[in-house]
Design a protein around this ligand. Structure first.
Ligand SMILES: *Cc1c(COP(=O)(O)O)cnc(C)c1O
Length: 404
């Protein structure tokens, strides 16, 4: 082992990393240097939407790498225009701004909403309503938007202008939305880090109605739910309630760092020359990969197939709650954004899964997230289920007694 003990590593000690380093990947599989293979249902936290080393993505990246890497946004970048055309043609949006990450896409979304109010004669409207349990990123503004004490502690005054509401509290929402300084409401259609908590359609519909009534913009954070993860191109299609602005990242690059802020023509009207910028955002490498991801995801029948496989996965998981009720409480989520609500500690389940050869990601509310590649096959689902059952059996009290 040439792994450095944590305390002698020159890295910031901000992560409690699993003691695994991978050498290569292929589809759903990840392999360590010493040849141990794992089924990757963590997917780099919902990023590797088409698995590892997808041939079409590898070809797009290497082809672009031989031509041109970076020019900056001082010049036209044809790949941006093409990707923006495809994203807007397949969503509510008319305009796109490309970023390098999810948090930056949200920063752009927040700035877009405030500028809209500013150029509409309402400079006093700058507050953004958000929800408890939300996660919007780790920049100073996005930790204020998420409002979680553990991410804010010790980083100075919380950035002004974000108010957290209780998830699902209609009365509080009605009262807050009527505030004279509110610019927008920001929400994840399904909370990802918060524990795969789906916002009820009735609540989303009330939010949309209140935005109309009070002249507010509706911003969706679809950084985790977007680009096919839930079986729809964007998760909001499941509710039919469209936003004015949307932040997207993670799966859109299939592993290449990129994000995008999408908006309607009207919502983006304050974003005039000079109001916003980025050096790297939308660079030719990112655009080549982003377009390649869409080649696959937008292919006729692809999302339908994701929905079909997701249903099979969920149905296969359903028996876990019957067979190991002391381990798994419920199955949650939409499409291939799957959450196991645990009765044992979620970190114990993640460790047991790793022992069984499966990588999964923990989330809030004691949930284990399963985020397989959208390209997972039925055979791979069966193999994953076998391993997940073995992990659950190992944590079940009757099983532990029997083996004692
Ligand atoms: C991951 C995530 C972010 C932050 O994205 P980064 O690329 O880490 O900045 C924001 N919102 C949601 C819902 C996320 O899942």
């Amino acid at each position: 082992m040439n792994q450095q003990p944590q305390d002698t590593s020159p890295l910031y000690q901000t992560y409690a990393r699993a003691p695994l380093a991978f050498e290569r990947g292929d589809g759903i599989w990840l392999e360590t240097r010493d040849g141990r293979r794992f089924m990757d249902l963590a997917g780099g936290i919902a990023v590797n939407s088409l698995g590892h080393a997808h041939p079409h993505l590898v070809a797009a990246l290497t082809e672009q790498a031989q031509k041109l890497w970076h020019t900056s946004n001082l010049f036209e970048i044809p790949g941006q225009t093409r990707l923006a055309e495809r994203l807007t043609a397949n969503s509510f949006a008319d305009r796109a701004f490309f970023t390098n990450s999810g948090a930056e896409a949200l920063e752009c979304a927040i700035k877009t909403a405030r500028r809209y109010q500013y150029v509409s004669g309402h400079p006093e409207r700058y507050r953004i309503l958000t929800f408890e349990g939300a996660f919007h990123g780790r920049t100073l503004a996005t930790i204020a938007a998420g409002g979680q004490a553990k991410y804010l502690e010790g980083f100075g005054p919380k950035v002004e202008g974000f108010d957290q509401l209780v998830f699902g509290d209609e009365a509080a929402l009605r009262e807050a939305a009527a505030g004279p300084e509110v610019a927008a409401i920001l929400i994840e259609p399904i909370q990802g880090e918060g524990g795969i908590r789906t916002v009820p359609v009735a609540f989303l519909s009330l939010i949309r109605e209140l935005c109309r009534e009070h002249g507010l913009l509706l911003i969706y954070d679809e950084v985790q739910t977007g680009i096919g993860r839930t079986g729809r191109f964007y998760a909001y299609e499941n509710s039919g309630i469209a936003p004015d602005i949307l932040a997207s990242a993670k799966g859109i690059g299939g592993g290449f760092p990129m994000g995008v802020c999408l908006a309607t023509e009207e919502a983006a009207r304050g974003m005039t020359p000079g109001t916003h910028g980025t050096t790297y955002g939308g660079n030719p490498l990112a655009m080549a990969v982003g377009n390649a991801v869409l080649d696959v995801v937008l292919e006729e029948g692809f999302l339908e197939e994701v929905r079909r496989k997701a249903l099979f996965f969920k149905q296969s998981l359903a028996s876990l709650t019957d067979r190991y009720p002391d381990v798994v409480e419920a199955i949650r989520g939409e499409g291939l954004l799957i959450g196991l609500k645990m009765r044992v500690a979620n970190t114990d389940m993640v460790a047991a899964l790793r022992e069984a050869g499966v990588l999964a990601a923990p989330a809030g509310d004691n949930v284990v997230r399963l985020l397989p590649p959208l390209t997972i096959t039925e055979e791979e689902i069966r193999a994953a289920i076998e391993r997940i059952e073995a992990a659950a059996a190992g944590l079940s009290a009757p099983a532990q007694r029997a083996s004692a």
